[in-house]
Ligand binder design. Structure first.
Ligand code: MN
Length: 485
């Protein structure tokens, strides 16, 4: 089945974090780490060792009474399992949920698990066990916080995950990339107003995934979470503002993005496996911290599989939908792990006309500014297998004929190669205005529509797909080559 077809979940859908964690535990996929591991570096180092193999559970990190969990979404197959579909049905299911969002169900505050405990005037570093991850990180960072805000013009909510540096008892610095939350804040700041926000930490796997959906600005990602769950997501109004947060979150920080205030933030090791520079960035003032009675704190170790996959899958689904609107013969897409799940896009097509792959390459560059390299392949190439994609480039691509290069386009500010030529120590240069200037590269690795004989026919052995090894392997006797037979 390709990713075009709609695929309603056939198996159980996991809608609660604790249910999913229990399921992982019951199937040997959570490593319980000894108590007392250090929040500084040691926790991230252990998670990294088990990345993509097991989730990690840390009781009493640094003696803190609240445990930390990490890596519970670190395999593509696990994410499909949480969604109740097969891996091949993953993108179709996500796209289906994004196309059919469900309005949230608001519940009273006294029934919301995330508000069982309410703190005011507490330092988040005391309330929560917040790890310091990478070598040059400037202290503890919240990495799995869903930042939720309301559009000041329309009231429609937006959800995104932003890195948040906790550097004082009342304030935290945040990185805003030029997307929806940034636009909301600019709108508020232009009137010298603060923007109310809430940060939900410890949400269920599918709400975490839905937060990364790529859609129009007035498109509430929590409604996509409802679409994935197959039932409305329970939300509750914050204690100190009007933002609605997932009621079953483990923790919620309530606060305001302050107008006209910037604080130094970073360095911080980001998803491309490089450090973001230390710069002045937006600031959240904390108004309250709420949590469950017995909360679990979730941290995402930057650049590891959980981080990459959470961005990859919703992006792949959105990019596929975007491309198919203009090019119905696009069959599937993949953001490669080596391309940090963001920059390198592989596109599988059923080519009908010469030149078509170059049009599709241009369409992909317009779909998201992060896309830096596009490779278009035919329908006999498995687009989720980088080795097959490289084979197509090796045998169907010629650089003087099949290469598209666009200079000086908008790229990812987190790609360090985009800042080349800029003196980061020269204060007269404003990095935000220069970083992210990027070239785009497209490779048409498709064969001609018409070709002579079998010159572009992939070698296959008749019947290879039908062979069942258990039918043909004889286990009734051992083989001995050294003795006479
Ligand atoms: Mn959005």
């Amino acid at each position: 089945m390709n990713s075009n077809s709609s695929a309603p979940p056939k198996q159980h859908v996991f809608t609660a974090l604790r249910e999913w964690l229990d399921h992982l535990c019951a199937t040997g996929r959570v490593a319980r780490i000894k108590p007392g591991i250090s929040l500084k570096h040691e926790l991230a180092a252990i998670s990294k060792k088990l990345d993509g193999k097991q989730a990690t559970y840390f009781p009493h990190p640094d003696g803190h009474e609240i445990p930390v969990i990490s890596g519970f979404m670190s395999r593509r197959s696990w994410i499909a399992e949480a969604m109740g579909v097969s891996e091949s049905g993953l993108l179709a299911r996500f796209r289906d949920a994004a196309a059919n969002p469900l309005k949230c169900e608001e519940i009273p505050q006294d029934q919301a698990p995330c508000q069982q405990v309410v703190h005011q005037d507490r330092d988040p570093r005391e309330v929560m066990p917040i790890p310091t991850h990478s070598e040059h990180d400037n202290g503890p960072y919240i990495t799995a916080g869903l930042v939720i805000a309301r559009n000041p013009a329309t009231g429609v909510q937006n959800v995104s995950i932003n890195r948040i540096q906790v550097h004082s008892a009342r304030q935290m610095a945040i990185l805003l990339l030029p997307r929806h939350l940034w636009a909301f804040f600019k709108e508020a700041e232009s009137k010298n107003q603060a923007l109310d926000v809430a940060i939900a930490i410890g949400v269920d796997p599918l709400t975490l995934l839905a937060s990364q959906a790529i859609g129009p600005i007035d498109w509430d990602e929590l409604e996509v979470a409802g679409g994935l769950h197959g039932k409305p997501l329970r939300v509750v109004k914050c204690r100190t503002n009007d933002v609605r947060v997932p009621a079953d979150s483990e923790f919620v920080i309530e606060g305001r993005l302050l107008p006209g205030v910037r604080e130094l933030e970073g360095p911080f090791g980001e998803f491309p496996k490089y450090y973001s520079t230390r710069e002045k960035r937006e600031v959240i003032e904390i108004d309250a911290i709420t949590h469950r009675k017995d909360p679990v704190y979730h941290t995402i170790v930057p650049a590891e599989m959980e981080h990459l996959l959470l961005g990859m899958i919703p992006r792949e689904a959105s990019l596929l939908a975007h491309l198919q609107r203009s090019f119905p013969n696009v069959l599937d897409v993949h953001l490669s792990v080596g391309g940090v799940g963001r920059y390198h896009l592989y596109i599988k097509i059923r080519k009908t006309h010469e030149g078509q792959p170059k049009n599709i390459i241009c369409g992909a560059f317009g779909a998201h500014y992060d896309i830096k390299q596009v490779i278009v392949v035919d329908d006999d190439v498995e687009v989720h297998d980088p080795q097959q994609v490289e084979w197509a480039v090796a045998t169907r691509f010629q650089a003087d004929r099949d290469l598209v290069v666009i200079s000086g386009a908008q790229g990812s500010v987190l790609d360090p190669s985009t800042t080349l030529g800029m003196d980061l120590h020269d204060d007269s240069q404003i990095p935000g205005h220069v970083a992210g200037l990027s070239a785009k590269m497209g490779l048409d690795a498709t064969r001609p529509v018409v070709y002579h004989g079998h010159v572009f026919t992939k070698v296959a052995v008749p019947g290879e797909d039908q062979i069942r090894l258990e039918d043909v392997i004889d286990t009734s006797a051992a083989i001995r080559f050294s003795d006479p037979r």
